[in-house]
Structure formats: C-alpha cells, structure tokens
Design a protein around this ligand. Structure first.
Ligand code: SF4
Length: 243
C-alpha cells in the first residue's frame, strides 16, 4: 500500500449541493439573508497601486464607509470583498489569486482605478496584468486615475444594491468557468501554475460544475500536482526520522 493511499486526493467529489428546498418560506428567508449580507461586509483591501491613497478618506470620518456597514478585514478567510486598488504586477497577481481563492463564498471583487480595467497608463508595460477580469471575476469596476472617495463610495453602494437584488453572482462564474480563468493564469505564469486551493472540489461542493469547469488547462493541474509531491516528501522525511 502506498503511503499516498491515506491522503485525501484533490478533486474528490464532496457532498453535492443543490438540494431541493421544500419550505415555502425559504425565499422570504433568502431575501432577508441577502439584505443582511449587503449591510454587513468585511473588506480586504489589497493595495496594489497608487489608487490606494483615496481609501483613507473614504474609510475615515469625512466619507465614513463604515456607515454603509463595510469594515476592513485583515484576513481573506473572513472577508467578503477583495478590493484591488490599482495596477497589478504579474508577481502581485499571483498573490491576489491566492487571496481570492482563500476567501469563503459568496465573495466579491472590486477593481479600483483604470489600471484594473484596461491597464491604464501601464497598458504597454511588460510587467503588469492589464485586464483584471481575465483572471478573476470582478463585480464592480471604479474607473478613474485615481477615482475620488465619492466614486469609491458610489461603487460600494452599487455592489450593495447588486447583493441585495441577487445580481452579484460573479463568484459562481469562477467555478463554472474555471478552465477559462486558469488558462489565462497559465498563459501569464506558466503551465505549472497552481494554488494549494482545490477549486474543482469546491465547484462540486457548491453544485457549480459545468462543462467549462474542466478542460485542457485543468488537466495540467493533475500533471503538475506539486502539493501532493511536497506532502509525499514530508511524509518520507518523517518516516526516515522514525527509523
Ligand atoms: S489608474 Fe492612475 S492612480 Fe490608479 S493605479 Fe493606475 S496610475 Fe495609479
């Protein structure tokens, strides 16, 4: 028996989501949950570029983002919103994707500054990722170089309204079109790019597997499955220590 036999293999199906709901009051409860979600959000601000300078006024006494129910959060595990504030270098994009994948669903992405929309003034740079939505599903863009705090607050309000009405479903697109997003990431980082997060298993868990979740790019994940190799090395090192 191989020592890998006891290790939970990635991409195993977990309990399927999408159970049928029979309670007639379920939709009333759903509306209430959506309203509460839109009024209580924790935001991880990943300050990548100069647009971040408009966040302090937006978050403090003059514009006071907290009155909308939005507070800063320091860890992706407990954040609802990932805020990207400007140009994104290729190296930074890897951290952004890892951060996004660690966030619990439902989760939302806001791109501040023209640099996140189309590269902005760095549109010709070899070192930046030009269009953020090629790599992650973006819910709201706030364009400008740099956008004023009023625009930031307005973008937040738009996201709140989308969450309340149930339109903010972009997080599902990441699971449903994972092969597309992964393909764009691999073009930038190389075909052996992967994160420790198991998006395919999560897609199964949420009942969001489509014929676009798996494809030629996700096949490469199996080929370059480094975490298992690393785990195998750790286990063999531990076994050597015992003997
Ligand atoms: S849009 Fe302007 S302010 Fe914003 S990150 Fe780009 S260069 Fe900086």
């Amino acid at each position: 028996m191989s020592k890998l036999d006891n290790i939970p293999v990635r991409h195993q199906p977990t309990e399927a989501a999408g159970r049928k709901r029979t309670n007639p009051l379920a939709h009333v409860f759903d509306e209430l949950v959506k309203f509460c979600q839109s009024r209580s959000m924790f935001m991880l601000h990943y300050c990548t570029g100069c647009g971040a300078i408009e966040l302090p006024p937006a978050m403090t006494s003059r514009f006071d983002m907290e009155r909308l129910g939005i507070q800063p959060m320091v860890t992706p595990r407990q954040a609802d919103i990932l805020l990207i504030t400007g140009y994104v270098s290729i190296k930074t994009l890897k951290r952004i994707i890892l951060t996004y994948e660690q966030m619990q669903s439902p989760k939302y992405v806001i791109g501040i500054c023209s640099c996140t929309v189309n590269g902005g003034m760095y549109w010709q740079s070899y070192a930046t990722a030009k269009v953020l939505k090629d790599y992650l599903p973006v819910d709201v863009y706030i364009a400008g170089c740099m956008p004023r705090p009023e625009a930031v607050i307005s973008g937040m309000r738009e996201l709140m309204s989308d969450i309340k009405s149930g339109r903010a479903q972009n997080w599902k697109r990441y699971y449903e079109n994972y092969d597309h997003y992964l393909g764009n990431q691999q073009k930038l980082f190389g075909e052996d790019w992967q994160t420790p997060t198991d998006i395919i298993a999560e897609a199964r868990h949420y009942g969001l597997m489509t014929d676009r979740t798996l494809g030629e790019h996700t096949a490469l994940l199996e080929k370059h499955q480094r975490p298992l190799e690393a785990l195998e090395m750790r286990l063999s090192a531990r076994e050597k220590q015992k003997t």
